[in-house]
Design a protein around this ligand. Structure first.
Ligand code: SF4
Ligand code: SF4
Length: 191
């Protein structure tokens, strides 16, 4: 990263670069990522605008990014990466922004349910080594209090064998936990 880039975007963009090797200065604002993004119409800031804010590097721009709804709507579908002439890895950038948004307690209020789903999903993987849908649903409902949401689809999913009553036994659960521990200590080291 050049000295010039550090002067332009000293904080959040540096963290992004440190964790992903993505230099936000590579983006020249052609807008192809925003034009192809399947969730752009629901976002409060288009993906290319997120990058523009990061390039500015002002505290107010960083704050706008971390408190945006956009970072929680990114599906990591990689459409933007395929379209970007500069190969900017936006989904990797979004990952860092989400984790930093949580750490700085700037999560957009409309994203609370999405965050609850993320956390329930990751906790299930950490505990059982793979996804266990009923565990995921139970934790999500307890976190959000959406107790009756989608309950009518549960019986038909269960009859079709889509919901297992118990988590599957797998090898390598300890290794999975070690991955989570390593990720956590890496995040603590960076913060
Ligand atoms: S497609 Fe790439 S270069 Fe164009 S605006 Fe998006 S990130 Fe920037
Ligand atoms: S990876 Fe995220 S930002 Fe990129 S196109 Fe998909 S949803 Fe949009």
């Amino acid at each position: 990263m050049s000295t010039h880039e550090h002067q332009q975007s000293p904080q959040l963009s540096s963290l992004v670069h440190q964790r992903t090797s993505v230099s936000v200065s590579r983006c020249y604002q052609c807008g192809k990522c925003s034009a192809g993004c399947p969730t752009a119409t629901e976002m409060d800031l288009a993906p290319s605008v997120i990058l523009r804010h990061l390039q500015c590097g002002l505290p107010s721009s960083d704050n706008a990014v971390l408190s945006s709804y956009t970072i929680w709507l990114c599906l990591s579908c990689h459409t933007c990466v395929a379209r970007c002439p500069m190969e900017v890895d936006l989904p990797a950038v979004m990952d860092v922004l989400r984790s930093e948004s949580v750490r700085q307690k700037k999560v957009h209020p409309r994203a609370n349910d999405i965050l609850a789903f993320h956390q329930s999903f990751l906790n299930t993987i950490q505990r059982f080594g793979r996804l266990w849908e009923i565990g995921l649903i139970a934790e999500y409902k307890l976190r959000t209090w959406h107790l009756l949401q989608d309950v009518l689809v549960a019986p038909s999913m269960f009859l079709r064998g889509k919901l297992a009553l118990l988590p599957e036994r797998i090898k390598g659960k300890k290794e999975t936990r070690r991955i989570f521990d390593a990720m956590r200590s890496k995040e603590e080291h960076h913060s």
